[in-house]
Design a binder for this molecule. Sequence first.
Ligand SMILES: *Cc1c(COP(=O)(O)O)cnc(C)c1O
Length: 375
Amino acid sequence: MNGNPSFTKRLGVRIIINARARLSRLGGSLMAPGVWEAMQDAGRAYLDMGELHERAGERIAELTRNEAAYVTSGSAAGLVLTTAACITGTDPAKMDRLPHIDGLKDEIVIHRFQRNHYDINIRQTGARLVEIGNQRTTHTWELEGAIGERTAAVMYFPGRYLGANILPLEKIIEIAKGRGVPVIVDAAAQLPPAENLWAYSEMGADLVIFSGGKSLAGPQNTGLIFGRKDLVAACRMMGSPCYAIGRPMKVGREDIAGLMAALEYYLSGGEQAQVAHCEKLTEFLLERISGIAGLSAHRRFPNELGQALPEVVAELDEAALGLTREEFIRRLWEGDPRVEVGPDGDRGFYLSPDPLQEEEAEILIERIKEVLASR
Ligand SMILES: *Cc1c(COP(=O)(O)O)cnc(C)c1O
């Protein structure tokens, strides 16, 4: 899967040593074993895409202990479709009105401190965000007060978006359910553990979103929506090949096949392989980084994204090194090969072994040493 693809060479696009995360900006993930073969296989015939979506959804739901499932083109598309589904239900006339939804349930309740760069994809349905909570805390009465006749759903982001000022999901589900309002969980990056594929649904979330191009290592342009049969059906009714708000968020048969292969792999050893890879490389990187003057390093678990994976965090002694953290990160990025690491706190950076390939680990250490020596 690794190496220098010939087309990047032809185009003059540089490959990157990715020690940060499986980011869309960097290409998502490297595909899991079997994914590419499944995609090629699926591309060999015509079929009815509606039928494929239904059968694949059933199989995926069965594999993940969910009531229903739908393959979409990523978690951002998942936000659009789940939000839209909570506004329109399965009513095609309402679907046809989006994003002009005056008179429909048009409000999504969200913690002010969970708002993030993806909320445009909630808002593009026409929904308005109704915020609860503040920097210190969120009271249950704020949620109770925010839910009204116009509430379509409560949106929740686990993992890195959690904090002491965010209501626990159990509490949110209890309050929202008591008022007949669905709860959507965007768990895009929250794997491992694989149990999360069903844990949020089992807690009572009505719709749950995961990316196919992060830990699952499926095609980058895929994602999964799990949840209640009626709401998942509404998502499907709004996705390609149907003509509605999700029509531009098309997945092809190759993408569906690839994501299914990735999911099957993840559930039958892929997760353990990911964890073992991260443990091994964390140990290696920690040992090597600890030997470099001016850096002090430690292991962090869970990682920056809130995944059950270890990573290495290092602090720069900027004064002793005569180099700021920003300059350090910039030089890593501008060097050859390009290296991407994550900033951490004021003076630190982190190295995630998750997107890093084993044969790149030594090169990464060498690049770090070079940058520190070249000030
Ligand atoms: C990554 C991410 C997304 C976007 O996922 P794609 O599959 O790239 O569309 C959405 N929400 C959250 C919380 C994410 O971490």
